[in-house]
Design a protein around this ligand. Structure first.
Ligand SMILES: CC(C)(COP(=O)(O)OP(=O)(O)OC[C@H]1O[C@@H](n2cnc3c(N)ncnc32)[C@H](O)[C@@H]1OP(=O)(O)O)[C@@H](O)C(=O)NCCC(=O)NCCS
Length: 186
């Protein structure tokens, strides 16, 4: 596995990162191929999102290289009653720095923080042609849970979206225990 470049630091986001985070989000969103929208949300809502993550100690980590913010990953707890054990993952790396181990370092860091926050399930949505992201998620044990057909309309084209999820390691091994058989299995 590729290691991040020397000097690349993965750390929790700070209030002072908000403008750089918004610009990075805008830049990845405007590539139009990867995120759920083609523009970043307005600065004010991004600011609220980040401040809420900081205040609640929710996992939102950034990668910094040579003083520049070059990647982020966040896991946002759903926080409601029967879904409060679930967090939703979002991430991105600056296009010129992909393939250097930064995404892996970021996602490992936020998953670890999510488990410490007592989350038990991390879910995400990804376009089926996003080979890099799917490979990364599969490598970490995320499993495919379904295909949402025509789930996005981008530049006049309908696009399908995969749903993937990762369960807490204390839970998942019990489900895949060879002694446990789902109904109908031999
Ligand atoms: C997905 C993304 C975050 C991965 O970050 P990254 O820093 O490029 O990934 P890394 O260099 O850490 O690679 C980790 C793993 O991802 C996979 N991967 C990365 N680039 C890949 C590529 N071009 N093709 C196939 N797999 C790739 C590999 O499994 C790799 O492991 P390896 O190094 O052992 O082969 C990055 O490509 C990105 O920002 N993409 C655009 C935004 C996006 O897709 N966000 C996720 C939306 S669901």
């Amino acid at each position: 596995m590729t290691k991040p470049p020397p000097g690349c630091q993965v750390r929790p986001i700070r209030e002072a990162d908000i403008e750089a985070f918004w610009r990075l989000l805008e830049s990845v969103a405007s590539e139009r191929n990867f995120l759920g929208s083609t523009r970043a949300p307005p600065r004010a809502s991004v600011r609220d999102f980040v401040l809420e993550h900081i205040a609640r100690r929710q996992p939102q980590h950034v990668a910094e290289l040579d003083g520049q913010l070059v990647g982020w990953a966040d896991i946002t707890p759903r926080g409601q009653d029967a879904t409060r054990h679930i967090g939703t993952l979002g991430m991105g790396v600056h296009r010129e720095l992909r393939g250097h181990g930064i995404g892996l370092a970021l996602v490992l860091s936020v998953i670890d923080a999510a488990w410490r926050l007592q989350l038990k399930r991390i879910e995400l949505e990804v376009f089926p042609d996003n080979a890099a992201a799917i490979s990364l998620y599969e490598k970490l044990g995320f499993e495919h849970e379904g295909l949402m057909r025509m789930a996005r309309l981008v530049d006049g084209h309908y696009r399908d979206v995969y749903r993937m999820a990762l369960l807490h390691p204390d839970i998942h091994p019990r489900i895949s225990d060879p002694d446990i058989r789902a109904p109908g299995e031999e």
